[in-house]
Design a protein around this ligand. Sequence first.
Ligand SMILES: *Cc1c(COP(=O)(O)O)cnc(C)c1O
Length: 363
Amino acid sequence: MIPFLDLYRQFKTIDVSINNAIEQTIVNSSYIGGDSVKEFEKSYCDFLGINHTIGCANGTDAIEILLQAMGVQPGDEVIVPAISWISTSEAVTSVGARPIFVDVDPDYYTIDVEKIQSVISSKTTAIIPVHLYGQPVNMVRIMEIAKQHNLKVLEDCAQAHGSTFNGQLIGTFGDASSFSFYPGKNLGAYGDAGCMCTDNDDIARKARRIANHGQEGKHNHIEEGRNSRLDGLQASVLSVKLPHLTDWIKGRNKVASQYLSGIDNSDVIVPNTIGNGGHAYHLFVIRHSRRDELKSYLFNAGVSTAIHYPKALPFLECYNHRNFNESDFPVAARLQNEILSIPMFPELLHSEIETIVSLINKF
Ligand SMILES: *Cc1c(COP(=O)(O)O)cnc(C)c1O
């Protein structure tokens, strides 16, 4: 079976350094906070070229805490794309605000930037562009629209470590950005982890405070916060992996170009990259009108695939009360039935890619 993702292959290339880093964290007993967390936060700032990185428990918390730190209030409206992992809209609801969905672009599958203005109301306070599958959103247009309407921008970069737009790293355009280090992401920990990044000192201070029980200094609780920590073991794993990230993104792009030059089945739509965009290929998502048949055909031939996601956000049961129709989000409604994520990770073998390509071409 060709796996959809094989994290053990990556571990084998760095096992000695990982084991040493884990052992060192245990020797130092720096499980919570401490040097390994500080060191990773500093390295991630250097990687992005940004002033503040605040580790937290996962990428979902990162969105929620940043929305609060940016001043999003209960009753506010926050604009999100119709296709994402549920964290994006769930975090909006968690802070008492209302997610306002916008259909996605038919070519790039990220939020349709030109449809944003039509949903902006007097209650709108923020936009969350999601760099879905590693495809960068046109952040120049997003920032123009945000400026014009005085909106905050939070970039959901959970799938886009290493993506660029106009040569600039994703996560450095908005007021703040959230990252997930869920094991399967482009930069993955060995458990749950996430971080929040910003150049804004005020947002950084508030986010760090909220994630640490509202404390500024020990036992000085300015407000009620919560507990959302990046733990020392995960931080030490991430510090070993971060220096490899650029090579891994190159590896993902190599796999993508082999797919792009190999797949020539005229019923298959392969991914496009937005102009001036650097795709980080967290996922390689193809389309076919008989997607379910293609998926089982590949499975029977020994290739694992996945669907990201079988239902667009507005059509999930949890949003039934919003009474959305497929005609409200026609692009997302169509994509959810056609998209198929095929194996994508830097250690995928040339021969495995050849097998996958030839199976797709024969379908
Ligand atoms: C993975 C993901 C998240 C959430 O990250 P967790 O670390 O799993 O909480 C948020 N947004 C998107 C787009 C994701 O893919």
